[in-house]
Every structure is written in C-alpha cells, then in structure tokens.
Write a protein that binds this ligand. Structure first.
Ligand SMILES: [Zn+2]
Length: 309
C-alpha cells in the first residue's frame, strides 16, 4: 500500500486580511519571523527532499511602491498600505519567491489569486483579471504561469475561468467547519483528516483537504497569536501530542486505504517555536515513510500528471 501526500503552504501575508478588521496581530514586526521561518523551512525541505506547493498572492511579487493598478476592482479594494512610498513587507515580498526558487528541492509556486479574492464573491471578469495578472507577474519573475490554484478561504472559483487560464488543479475543502465555537473546541481536538483521492470535475483536478489548517494545529499558537483561551485550559504538551497523533494517523490511514491526503497551512501559522518544530518532526516522518516506500510526495502539479495520464 502506498499513499500519496501533498503539502501546500499559503504565502499571502497582509493580503489575507486586507478586507478584514483583524490580522495584524498574527504577524511579527516587519515580518522578520516569517521571513526567517521560510528559510528554516526551505533548509528542512532540502535536507529531507520534501517538495511543497507554495501558493502565493501574486501582488507580493511586485517591487515596493508598485501601488494600486487599473483593474475591474473598485478603488476601495486596494489596501491603503501599498502606496507609492510603501515598502510594507506585509504587502511586498518578492524576495520570498526568489528564495523558494533557489532551493535545491523543486517546489511548486502556484497561485492564491493576485489580490486574495474569495473567488465566489467576485464576478467572472474579476476572477479572470486576477488570474491573468497572476500569470503575468509569474512570467515577469521568470516563473512558469501557475497551473494550480489554492482559492482564498476555499471560496470556489468558476471552473470555466480556471480552464481558460490554464489552471488544471484546484484545492478543495472536503469538510465543513463546525458551526459554533463550542462544537469547534471539541471538533478540532478530535478531528481526523480527510482521506480522499483527487478527482477530475469539469476538466479541473480537485485535491481534497481540511477546512482549517492541518499541517499546523488551530489549538496551538498561530503565528504571533495565542490560541483561544478554551484551548489554553489544556496543557500545551497535551495539545502538541494531539497534533502529532493527528498527523501520524493521517499518514497511517492514507497508507492503509492506499489513498491520498493533502495537508496545508499558512507561512504565518508555522512562524513560531511551537508549531515549527512539529512541522519539522512531521517532515522527518514523511522522509522516513517515503524511504520505506509507504508514501510518495506529490506537488499539486504532479497530481495532474499522475491522475490524468
Ligand atoms: Zn489565503
């Protein structure tokens, strides 16, 4: 029995929250911790040989001071922090992509749209513009145009517009979020990860994952922010043990069923000394299981080759 495993990591920084009233508390001053964490992660991937699908908000690749663009968006969509004199690292981070590209492991750089739009809330015209701009900025950085997409907030994009833009793989949440805070408290501590093979729907390959982050734990510190007080009532070492078990059981169940699992998180989530060591341990476990022939690691783009050929 061999399982296929995909890991995806969202790099969106401030763009993930520019339409929200919260978010800045998750990040370090000048994004120094997130930047250092990416380097630590890339080193770890080089040591273990594990490739990741990094899904990136395209605007981050622009040089500081690029500013708002002529677009089908309304003017108020563009965050005030991106003005002509801005070097704000929450909105401009072209060097992060350069570092991913210069790693020894061949990671995938796919798209998380150009300005982090929840796709289903926007018109086809805007989605099309977002994907065209993502493709252009990739090519300006000598990257291949993206062929995979991780839709912001799992909001489903039009498959026809994806197809038109050469996107043939999309990440999809296979399970719904719990409805209340009380039910989510129990849910996250006892959840099991979706084990489901990718499938082609309307010409696009869908790869199924969890609604909330799975490579990191929602009940541990995320980025610079402490977890909900209800979680903090449980000792941290117990919560860490729960997350380790969740990750290992995901692999075991995927192997047992000869199936597939896709785990994900954001760069900011792993950027602290609680979550990062757990990710590091997990990558080592993946390396060992890969050497034993139990699992294969596929980037999203590889899934298309193996599933449709
Ligand atoms: Zn996002």
């Amino acid at each position: 029995m061999t399982a296929t495993i995909t890991l995806s990591l969202e790099i969106e920084l401030g763009w993930g929250f520019h339409d929200k009233a919260y978010g800045s508390e998750l990040f370090s001053e000048q994004c120094t911790v997130e930047s250092r964490t990416l380097d630590r992660l890339l080193d770890l991937c080089d040591r273990t040989g594990i490739p990741i699908t990094f899904d990136i908000v395209g605007f981050l690749l622009n040089s500081p001071g690029h500013g708002a663009e002529p677009s089908p968006h309304s003017d108020d969509w563009w965050p005030s922090e991106i003005g002509e004199t801005s070097e704000d690292p929450l909105y401009y981070a072209p060097s992060l992509v350069d570092r991913i590209r210069s790693a020894s492991v061949d990671h995938e750089i796919c798209t998380h749209t150009y300005t982090h739009i929840p796709c289903a809330d926007f018109s086809d015209e805007i989605l099309n513009w977002e994907l065209e701009r993502a493709s252009e900025i990739h090519q300006e950085h000598s990257l291949q145009p993206p062929t995979s997409i991780v839709p912001p907030r799992h909001s489903p994009p039009s498959r026809a517009i994806l197809d038109q833009n050469g996107i043939d793989c999309v990440r999809v949440a296979a399970v719904e979020s719990p409805e209340s805070n009380i039910s989510s408290f129990a849910y996250y501590l006892t959840r099991s990860h979706p084990i489901q093979k990718p499938g082609v729907v309307n010409n696009v390959l869908e790869t199924y994952t969890s609604m909330n982050t799975s490579l990191t734990a929602p009940y541990l510190q995320n980025g610079q922010k402490s977890p909900h007080p209800a979680f903090r009532m449980i000792p941290r070492r117990v919560r860490k043990r729960i997350h380790r078990r969740y990750l290992s059981q995901t692999l075991e169940r995927a192997v047992e069923k000869d199936s597939y699992a896709h785990l994900w998180s954001h760069l900011f989530n792993i950027s602290n000394n609680i979550q990062f060591p757990l990710v590091a341990e997990f990558l080592t476990e993946l390396e060992e299981r890969q050497q034993q022939g139990e699992i294969e690691i596929s980037r999203m783009t590889d899934l298309v080759d193996t599933t449709t050929n």
